[in-house]
Ligand binder design. Structure first.
Ligand SMILES: C[S@@+](CC[C@H](N)C(=O)[O-])C[C@H]1O[C@@H](n2cnc3c(N)ncnc32)[C@H](O)[C@@H]1O
Length: 270
Protein backbone atom coordinates (compact mmCIF):
# COMPACT_ATOMS: atom_id res chain seq x y z
CA UNK A 1 0.00 0.00 0.00
CA UNK A 2 1.22 3.53 -0.77
CA UNK A 3 0.22 5.40 2.33
CA UNK A 4 -0.13 9.19 2.01
CA UNK A 5 1.61 9.92 5.32
CA UNK A 6 4.36 7.28 4.97
CA UNK A 7 5.86 5.21 7.81
CA UNK A 8 8.70 7.44 9.04
CA UNK A 9 9.50 7.79 12.77
CA UNK A 10 8.21 11.37 12.56
CA UNK A 11 4.89 10.19 11.11
CA UNK A 12 4.59 7.48 13.75
CA UNK A 13 5.10 10.14 16.44
CA UNK A 14 2.42 12.24 14.75
CA UNK A 15 -0.10 9.38 14.94
CA UNK A 16 0.51 9.17 18.68
CA UNK A 17 0.34 12.92 19.34
CA UNK A 18 -2.64 13.27 16.98
CA UNK A 19 -4.59 11.07 19.30
CA UNK A 20 -3.67 13.19 22.32
CA UNK A 21 -5.54 16.03 20.60
CA UNK A 22 -8.45 14.10 19.05
CA UNK A 23 -9.22 11.30 21.54
CA UNK A 24 -11.59 13.38 23.65
CA UNK A 25 -13.71 14.12 20.56
CA UNK A 26 -13.50 10.61 19.09
CA UNK A 27 -14.57 8.84 22.28
CA UNK A 28 -17.25 11.38 23.27
CA UNK A 29 -19.97 9.32 21.54
CA UNK A 30 -18.46 5.83 21.78
CA UNK A 31 -19.15 3.46 24.63
CA UNK A 32 -17.32 0.16 25.07
CA UNK A 33 -18.38 -0.44 28.67
CA UNK A 34 -20.41 -3.52 27.62
CA UNK A 35 -17.54 -5.06 25.63
CA UNK A 36 -14.87 -7.48 26.80
CA UNK A 37 -12.98 -7.93 23.54
CA UNK A 38 -12.95 -5.83 20.39
CA UNK A 39 -10.86 -5.95 17.21
CA UNK A 40 -9.18 -2.80 15.94
CA UNK A 41 -8.69 -2.90 12.18
CA UNK A 42 -5.68 -0.86 11.01
CA UNK A 43 -4.37 -0.26 14.51
CA UNK A 44 -1.22 1.52 13.26
CA UNK A 45 1.19 2.32 16.08
CA UNK A 46 -1.38 1.52 18.77
CA UNK A 47 -2.61 5.05 19.53
CA UNK A 48 -6.28 4.01 19.81
CA UNK A 49 -5.45 0.81 21.64
CA UNK A 50 -3.78 2.81 24.38
CA UNK A 51 -6.80 5.12 24.74
CA UNK A 52 -9.18 2.14 24.85
CA UNK A 53 -7.12 0.10 27.32
CA UNK A 54 -6.80 3.13 29.62
CA UNK A 55 -10.48 4.02 29.47
CA UNK A 56 -12.00 0.54 29.82
CA UNK A 57 -10.26 -1.65 32.37
CA UNK A 58 -12.33 -4.75 31.44
CA UNK A 59 -11.45 -4.50 27.74
CA UNK A 60 -9.01 -6.53 25.61
CA UNK A 61 -8.13 -5.39 22.09
CA UNK A 62 -6.80 -7.38 19.15
CA UNK A 63 -5.32 -5.21 16.41
CA UNK A 64 -5.07 -6.10 12.73
CA UNK A 65 -2.33 -4.20 10.91
CA UNK A 66 -0.62 -4.88 7.60
CA UNK A 67 2.56 -2.83 8.15
CA UNK A 68 5.28 -4.62 10.17
CA UNK A 69 6.90 -1.25 10.85
CA UNK A 70 3.73 0.09 12.49
CA UNK A 71 3.37 -3.11 14.52
CA UNK A 72 6.95 -2.89 15.76
CA UNK A 73 6.35 0.67 16.95
CA UNK A 74 3.00 -0.29 18.51
CA UNK A 75 4.69 -3.00 20.57
CA UNK A 76 7.40 -0.60 21.76
CA UNK A 77 4.79 1.97 22.73
CA UNK A 78 2.46 -0.51 24.42
CA UNK A 79 5.39 -1.94 26.41
CA UNK A 80 5.52 1.39 28.28
CA UNK A 81 2.25 0.37 29.91
CA UNK A 82 2.96 -2.90 31.76
CA UNK A 83 -0.52 -2.71 33.28
CA UNK A 84 -1.89 -3.60 29.80
CA UNK A 85 0.07 -6.88 29.55
CA UNK A 86 -2.15 -9.74 28.43
CA UNK A 87 -4.93 -7.39 27.27
CA UNK A 88 -3.76 -6.83 23.71
CA UNK A 89 -2.47 -8.67 20.66
CA UNK A 90 -1.67 -7.57 17.12
CA UNK A 91 -2.14 -9.75 14.02
CA UNK A 92 0.01 -8.83 11.00
CA UNK A 93 -2.27 -9.20 7.99
CA UNK A 94 -4.27 -7.44 5.31
CA UNK A 95 -7.78 -6.65 6.63
CA UNK A 96 -9.13 -7.12 3.10
CA UNK A 97 -8.18 -10.81 3.15
CA UNK A 98 -7.66 -11.90 6.74
CA UNK A 99 -9.65 -14.82 8.18
CA UNK A 100 -8.77 -14.18 11.79
CA UNK A 101 -8.99 -16.71 14.59
CA UNK A 102 -9.47 -15.23 18.04
CA UNK A 103 -8.79 -16.76 21.45
CA UNK A 104 -11.65 -14.82 23.03
CA UNK A 105 -15.24 -14.17 21.82
CA UNK A 106 -15.46 -10.91 19.83
CA UNK A 107 -17.99 -8.22 20.81
CA UNK A 108 -17.26 -5.97 17.89
CA UNK A 109 -14.80 -4.28 15.55
CA UNK A 110 -13.45 -0.76 15.55
CA UNK A 111 -11.74 1.20 12.80
CA UNK A 112 -10.46 4.74 12.70
CA UNK A 113 -8.75 6.73 9.94
CA UNK A 114 -8.29 3.54 7.90
CA UNK A 115 -10.89 3.34 5.11
CA UNK A 116 -9.70 6.68 3.71
CA UNK A 117 -6.43 4.95 2.73
CA UNK A 118 -7.89 1.75 1.31
CA UNK A 119 -8.29 1.49 -2.50
CA UNK A 120 -11.31 -0.78 -2.14
CA UNK A 121 -13.16 0.01 1.10
CA UNK A 122 -16.09 -2.21 0.04
CA UNK A 123 -13.77 -5.24 -0.05
CA UNK A 124 -12.43 -4.49 3.42
CA UNK A 125 -15.97 -4.08 4.81
CA UNK A 126 -17.19 -7.26 3.09
CA UNK A 127 -14.32 -9.25 4.56
CA UNK A 128 -14.95 -7.76 8.00
CA UNK A 129 -18.62 -8.69 7.66
CA UNK A 130 -17.52 -12.29 6.93
CA UNK A 131 -15.58 -12.82 10.15
CA UNK A 132 -17.57 -10.64 12.57
CA UNK A 133 -19.92 -12.67 14.78
CA UNK A 134 -23.66 -12.25 14.20
CA UNK A 135 -25.14 -9.36 16.22
CA UNK A 136 -21.74 -7.86 16.98
CA UNK A 137 -21.16 -4.14 16.51
CA UNK A 138 -18.90 -2.18 14.17
CA UNK A 139 -17.72 1.37 14.96
CA UNK A 140 -16.04 3.51 12.30
CA UNK A 141 -14.58 7.02 12.50
CA UNK A 142 -13.54 8.63 9.23
CA UNK A 143 -12.37 11.85 7.69
CA UNK A 144 -14.45 14.23 5.61
CA UNK A 145 -11.58 16.46 4.53
CA UNK A 146 -13.39 18.71 2.03
CA UNK A 147 -15.35 20.11 5.00
CA UNK A 148 -12.28 22.02 6.25
CA UNK A 149 -12.88 25.80 6.14
CA UNK A 150 -11.43 28.85 7.81
CA UNK A 151 -12.53 32.40 8.31
CA UNK A 152 -11.04 34.62 7.03
CA UNK A 153 -10.94 32.40 3.96
CA UNK A 154 -7.54 31.85 2.42
CA UNK A 155 -7.40 30.61 -1.16
CA UNK A 156 -3.71 29.76 -0.66
CA UNK A 157 -4.48 27.48 2.27
CA UNK A 158 -7.32 25.83 0.35
CA UNK A 159 -5.08 25.39 -2.74
CA UNK A 160 -2.44 23.51 -0.77
CA UNK A 161 -5.12 21.50 1.05
CA UNK A 162 -6.63 20.52 -2.31
CA UNK A 163 -3.14 19.46 -3.54
CA UNK A 164 -2.90 16.97 -0.67
CA UNK A 165 -6.45 15.69 -1.34
CA UNK A 166 -5.63 15.25 -5.04
CA UNK A 167 -2.50 13.33 -4.10
CA UNK A 168 -4.52 11.05 -1.82
CA UNK A 169 -7.05 10.44 -4.64
CA UNK A 170 -4.12 9.56 -6.93
CA UNK A 171 -3.17 6.81 -4.44
CA UNK A 172 -6.75 5.51 -4.72
CA UNK A 173 -7.58 6.75 -1.24
CA UNK A 174 -10.65 8.85 -0.48
CA UNK A 175 -10.25 11.88 1.80
CA UNK A 176 -14.02 12.48 1.61
CA UNK A 177 -15.03 8.93 2.54
CA UNK A 178 -16.78 9.91 5.78
CA UNK A 179 -19.78 11.36 3.99
CA UNK A 180 -20.64 8.02 2.33
CA UNK A 181 -20.00 5.70 5.26
CA UNK A 182 -23.68 4.78 5.66
CA UNK A 183 -23.96 3.92 1.95
CA UNK A 184 -20.87 1.70 2.13
CA UNK A 185 -22.14 -0.09 5.23
CA UNK A 186 -25.58 -0.61 3.70
CA UNK A 187 -24.06 -1.99 0.45
CA UNK A 188 -21.91 -4.43 2.35
CA UNK A 189 -24.75 -5.91 4.40
CA UNK A 190 -24.54 -4.15 7.77
CA UNK A 191 -27.76 -3.09 9.50
CA UNK A 192 -28.95 -0.65 12.19
CA UNK A 193 -26.63 1.96 10.70
CA UNK A 194 -26.33 5.32 12.42
CA UNK A 195 -23.98 8.12 11.37
CA UNK A 196 -23.15 11.40 13.08
CA UNK A 197 -20.81 14.23 12.11
CA UNK A 198 -18.49 15.53 14.78
CA UNK A 199 -18.36 19.24 14.06
CA UNK A 200 -15.51 21.54 15.06
CA UNK A 201 -16.84 25.09 14.83
CA UNK A 202 -14.34 27.07 16.83
CA UNK A 203 -14.26 30.84 17.02
CA UNK A 204 -13.28 33.53 19.53
CA UNK A 205 -15.65 32.08 22.10
CA UNK A 206 -13.28 29.09 22.52
CA UNK A 207 -9.82 30.51 21.83
CA UNK A 208 -7.73 27.75 23.43
CA UNK A 209 -9.52 24.92 21.68
CA UNK A 210 -9.41 26.84 18.40
CA UNK A 211 -5.66 27.40 18.77
CA UNK A 212 -5.06 23.70 19.50
CA UNK A 213 -7.03 22.67 16.42
CA UNK A 214 -5.27 25.16 14.14
CA UNK A 215 -1.89 23.88 15.37
CA UNK A 216 -3.01 20.27 14.98
CA UNK A 217 -4.27 21.01 11.46
CA UNK A 218 -1.03 22.67 10.42
CA UNK A 219 0.77 19.55 11.57
CA UNK A 220 -1.63 17.38 9.56
CA UNK A 221 -1.07 19.53 6.46
CA UNK A 222 2.69 19.20 6.88
CA UNK A 223 2.51 15.45 7.42
CA UNK A 224 1.92 14.68 3.75
CA UNK A 225 4.21 17.43 2.39
CA UNK A 226 7.16 15.32 1.23
CA UNK A 227 5.01 12.64 -0.36
CA UNK A 228 2.80 15.27 -2.07
CA UNK A 229 5.91 17.08 -3.36
CA UNK A 230 7.49 13.83 -4.61
CA UNK A 231 4.23 12.95 -6.33
CA UNK A 232 4.35 16.30 -8.17
CA UNK A 233 1.03 17.45 -6.68
CA UNK A 234 2.32 20.60 -4.96
CA UNK A 235 5.34 22.89 -4.77
CA UNK A 236 7.42 24.08 -1.84
CA UNK A 237 6.24 27.62 -2.58
CA UNK A 238 2.54 26.64 -2.32
CA UNK A 239 3.25 24.95 1.02
CA UNK A 240 5.27 27.87 2.40
CA UNK A 241 2.55 30.40 1.57
CA UNK A 242 -0.16 28.15 3.03
CA UNK A 243 1.91 27.58 6.16
CA UNK A 244 2.50 31.30 6.74
CA UNK A 245 -1.22 32.03 6.25
CA UNK A 246 -2.13 29.29 8.73
CA UNK A 247 0.28 30.89 11.23
CA UNK A 248 -1.49 34.23 10.72
CA UNK A 249 -4.83 32.58 11.43
CA UNK A 250 -3.45 31.06 14.63
CA UNK A 251 -2.68 34.59 15.87
CA UNK A 252 -5.91 36.19 14.57
CA UNK A 253 -8.39 36.65 17.47
CA UNK A 254 -11.30 36.57 15.01
CA UNK A 255 -10.29 33.44 13.12
CA UNK A 256 -12.72 30.54 12.77
CA UNK A 257 -11.82 26.84 12.41
CA UNK A 258 -14.46 24.58 10.85
CA UNK A 259 -14.20 20.85 10.13
CA UNK A 260 -16.20 17.71 10.57
CA UNK A 261 -15.26 14.04 10.82
CA UNK A 262 -17.92 11.34 10.64
CA UNK A 263 -18.71 8.45 12.97
CA UNK A 264 -20.79 5.43 12.07
CA UNK A 265 -22.02 2.49 14.06
CA UNK A 266 -23.89 -0.58 12.81
CA UNK A 267 -24.54 -4.24 13.41
CA UNK A 268 -23.38 -7.38 11.67
CA UNK A 269 -26.81 -9.03 11.27
CA UNK A 270 -27.56 -12.73 11.71
C1 LIG B 1 -3.87 6.60 9.53
S1 LIG B 1 -3.34 5.10 10.20
C2 LIG B 1 -4.44 5.02 11.58
C3 LIG B 1 -3.95 4.14 12.67
C4 LIG B 1 -4.83 4.08 13.91
N1 LIG B 1 -6.15 3.61 13.60
C5 LIG B 1 -4.90 5.41 14.60
O1 LIG B 1 -5.96 6.02 14.68
O2 LIG B 1 -3.85 5.89 15.06
C6 LIG B 1 -4.01 3.87 9.11
C7 LIG B 1 -3.43 2.49 9.37
O3 LIG B 1 -4.21 1.52 8.66
C8 LIG B 1 -3.34 0.53 8.18
N2 LIG B 1 -4.02 -0.17 7.06
C9 LIG B 1 -4.44 0.38 5.89
N3 LIG B 1 -4.98 -0.56 5.09
C10 LIG B 1 -4.93 -1.73 5.78
C11 LIG B 1 -5.33 -3.07 5.50
N4 LIG B 1 -5.89 -3.38 4.32
N5 LIG B 1 -5.11 -4.01 6.43
C12 LIG B 1 -4.53 -3.71 7.62
N6 LIG B 1 -4.11 -2.46 7.94
C13 LIG B 1 -4.31 -1.48 7.04
C14 LIG B 1 -2.11 1.32 7.75
O4 LIG B 1 -0.96 0.48 7.62
C15 LIG B 1 -1.98 2.33 8.86
O5 LIG B 1 -1.17 1.86 9.90
Amino acid sequence: MTYIHGFSDEEQDRLLSQNDVLAKYIYQNLDFSNCNHIVEIGCGVGAQMISLLHKYSQLSVTGIEQSPKQIQRAHIHLSHFPQFDGRYAILEDDAVRIKPAFKQPVDGAFMIWVLEHVPNPEALLLNTHRWMPADSQLWITEVFHPSFRTWPESQKIMDYWQDTLDYQYSLKGDPAIGIRLANLLHETGFTEIQTIPHLFFLDRTRPDERRNMFIYWLDLMRSALHETLDGGFTTMERWQIAESQMRRLIENPDAVFYYSFIQATCKRPR
